[in-house]
Design a protein around this ligand. Structure first.
Ligand code: IMP
Ligand code: MG
Length: 180
């Protein structure tokens, strides 16, 4: 694929290659395999954005586990609205379970902060977070990202599941916005 991508009204340029991403995903999976031995974890995949990251990561997870999906949405265009909308809910008990939430990107951290409250109220044994990307300069919360592939600058990115107004999810590489 080419180095630039025009989506709707914005130009993006390749930022993280598929190879870099896969290398990082592989080492993350290795750590999870070590940490979760005999723990029978529940992975909660946050849709829509995390679908590619979760698929790549979970193909490499070798421990017995369950995988469920929730749909949360807090974004409109390139701006966080601060309103967290849970569209598709959790349908299993998390009581005494080891939970790992899988996200595409943590920006301000507000989406996960609100979702974490809901998960913790279900009395799991332990909750961890796995995210492909983190924007540390935008992050305002006090929880930690236990499994992270990349810290990135405070710029808008697409690809590898991440979208700009619903577009741009369909790529193996990650692109960042080109400010002109
Ligand atoms: P937060 O609540 O500010 O942490 O935002 C988290 C959600 O906003 C993520 O799960 C993404 O869906 C979306 N988001 C944040 N930054 C970006 C970005 O750079 N590109 C695409 N989506 C983003
Ligand atoms: Mg998301």
């Amino acid at each position: 694929m080419s180095n630039t991508w025009f989506i709707k009204d914005k130009l993006f340029t390749k930022y993280l290659s598929s190879e870099e991403i896969q290398n990082s995903v592989r080492s993350l999976a290795a750590r999870i395999n070590q940490d979760m031995t005999d723990k029978n974890p529940v992975f909660i995949v946050v849709l829509n954005g995390a679908f590619i990251f979760a698929a790549d990561l979970l193909k490499k997870v070798r421990v017995d586990c369950e995988i469920v999906f929730v749909k949360l949405s807090s974004y409109s265009g390139t701006q966080s609205t601060g309103n967290v909308l849970e569209v598709m809910g959790l349908d299993i008990s998390l009581k005494n379970r080891h939970v790992i939430i899988i996200e595409d990107i943590v920006d301000t951290g507000l989406t996960l902060h609100r979702f974490l409250d809901k998960v913790r109220a279900m009395e799991p044994a332990d909750v961890r977070i796995a995210s492909c990307l983190l924007k540390p300069d935008a992050f305002k919360m006090d929880y930690s990202i236990d499994y992270l592939c990349f810290s990135i600058p405070n710029e808008f990115v697409v690809g590898y599941g991440l979208d700009y107004d619903g577009l741009g999810r369909n790529s193996a590489d990650i692109y960042k916005i080109l400010n002109t």
